[in-house]
Design a protein around this ligand. Structure first.
Ligand SMILES: [Zn+2]
Length: 127
């Protein structure tokens, strides 16, 4: 892949990363505030943990999904840096431009991705 094209993807990925972090910050702002107020010592003494557990589970779920999304972006940027961006990580074939355009974090060609998702039913689908 030529340098100007991968530069475009790098910019797109950096933008996705910035947007995602801004989104996480915005969501965490409210969530952390509520979780912290729920953890007020007075509430703990009163023994009411029902709210706290719900908030924690929600925050945890978001964490995993968002962490996976961030990791996918970082891995794509890493592939740009080492020159393997746009090549399937499984078979080494070039990933079609249309697929990369729709999902710059795609790391497999469609054939390998389909096989991967079939072999790993619980895996996070490609972003
Ligand atoms: Zn492949």
């Amino acid at each position: 892949m030529s340098q100007p094209i991968s530069d475009t993807y790098a910019q797109q990925l950096q933008q996705m990363r910035a947007d995602l972090i801004a989104q996480i910050r915005a969501q965490r702002g409210g969530k952390i505030g509520r979780a912290e107020s729920a953890l007020d010592p007075h509430d703990i003494q009163s023994g009411d943990w029902s709210q706290v557990d719900g908030e924690r589970d929600l925050a945890q779920a978001l964490d995993e999904r968002e962490t996976a999304a961030l990791r996918a972006i970082d891995e794509a940027l890493q592939r740009i840096a080492n020159g393997t961006f746009g090549l399937c990580t499984d078979c080494g074939a070039e990933i079609p431009t249309a697929r990369l355009h729709a999902a710059p974090t795609a790391q497999r060609c469609i054939g390998c991705q389909t096989r991967y998702e079939r072999d790993h039913p619980g895996a996070t689908p490609s972003l």
